[in-house]
Design a binder for this molecule. Structure first.
Ligand code: MG
Length: 387
């Protein structure tokens, strides 16, 4: 059987003749959240969404940049991504025919870092290609699975009672794994209560890099709350500390912020720094890199799941397409959209199609269109770059 990388090379290689990107639209949209979302980085009550549209061959493809407003999760922000796309990435791809997906990657490669900005452009390109080829994005990238198990990610809640009530509600909807945000001082007691109330649920305890080497002993004691996965306990560059912790835990360490490219994956494997990856398409520069990481992890026996950055429907449908790849073995953070936003910017919001299950839309590209009225209502700024 072909790996997704091979499928991608074959199906995406043939870009329709002389596909020229004629116009690029950069749009920021502020969507209010249903309720504030709190992590160890702080608390937000709205999400500034950054969308990229590429026009070419008579179609439009949409992508989403997952950067936040502040450089907390990563150094990139909506502001840096706007600057990088407007001033560097857009001029590199406008007007000159694009040969294939590797041609796109080569044009973006000279600009160091800025994976989230690059991913926004690449995702729009992938959506455009799928639409021009009259295929769903999932088919275009070699996805094989139809229904995707989803987990739920809960921010830090105002009280333990509140949290337990939430967990109960989501488990009743069939969500297949619970992700809890932990930080020093908000971990053991929380996990003990959740484990007591829900003895079997898989707990993914995400620290967003909030611990230091001084907390090693505390983290080792979390093993007793199995089945548990400890996500990104130390900051992204703390490879040796991560490896030391993984060596002492029977629970898997899962890496999120640490994995931004294939070199990071190789480092993780060599150091045995983790046994699972939370792959965020936006963090690693887009779908082509996601597929490379997916295939490498599959060879190495490392399961992955697809994480989320509170994307709008555009980014979430993209993520669901990537979830159809064969090694996305754990429930992914791609649950129903109404969990996050009061109003949806796409015509087809993500809904559960069975207990804890979602599936890609059958249409071309991401399978849905933007809702012009909602876009208009929440748009902050639009910039158009054309030849
Ligand atoms: Mg995380």
């Amino acid at each position: 059987m072909q790996t997704p990388s091979e499928v991608l090379n074959k199906t995406v290689a043939a870009v329709p003749d002389r596909l020229v990107i004629e116009r690029i639209e950069l749009r920021t949209v502020r969507l209010p959240l249903n309720e504030p979302f709190e992590t160890s980085f702080g608390r937000i009550d709205s999400r500034l969404i950054f969308l990229v549209a590429l026009n070419g061959g008579g179609e439009t493809g949409w992508g989403e940049v997952v950067a936040a407003e502040e450089p907390l999760y990563s150094y990139e922000t909506v502001g840096t991504a706007l600057h990088v796309i407007r001033d560097y990435l857009a001029p590199a791809i406008l007007g000159e025919p694009l040969r294939d997906i590797s041609d796109l990657a080569q044009r973006l490669a000279p600009f160091r870092g800025h994976n989230m900005a690059k991913a926004g452009v690449e995702l729009a390109f992938m959506d455009l290609l799928a639409r021009l080829k009259c295929q769903s994005l999932s088919t275009l990238i070699g996805g094989t699975r139809e229904r995707i198990p989803v987990g739920v990610s809960l921010g830090i809640q105002p009280s333990l009672d509140h949290l337990l009530e939430r967990v109960d509600r989501y488990l009743a909807l069939g969500y297949q794994r619970i992700k809890l945000k932990i930080k020093p001082g908000w971990d053991k007691e929380l996990l003990a209560e959740v484990r007591k109330a829900f003895p079997k649920v898989i707990i993914l305890a995400d620290a967003n890099g909030g611990y230091t080497v001084k907390d090693m002993e505390q983290l080792v004691t979390l093993d007793k709350f199995e089945p548990i996965i400890i996500e990104q306990p130390f900051p992204s560059g703390a490879w040796l500390t991560l490896a030391k912790l993984q060596a002492r835990l029977s629970a898997p360490v899962c890496l999120d912020e640490s994995v931004t490219d294939m070199d990071d994956v190789e480092l993780m494997l060599q150091l045995k720094a983790a046994r699972m990856v939370n792959l965020k398409v936006g963090r690693v520069g887009g779908i082509a890199n996601s597929i490379r990481i997916h295939d490498r992890c599959k060879d190495a026996g490392i399961p992955i799941f697809i994480g989320s950055k509170i994307e709008s429907g555009v980014g979430r449908w993209m993520n669901i397409a990537v979830c159809t790849l064969p090694n996305v073995l754990y429930p992914s953070d791609v649950g129903a959209s109404e969990r996050y936003f009061i109003e949806q910017i796409v015509r087809d919001p993500i809904t559960l199609v069975g207990p804890g299950l979602v599936q890609p839309l059958p249409g071309t590209g991401i399978g849905t269109e933007l809702d012009p009225a909602v876009m208009l209502k929440y748009t902050i700024q639009t910039e158009v770059i054309s030849r």
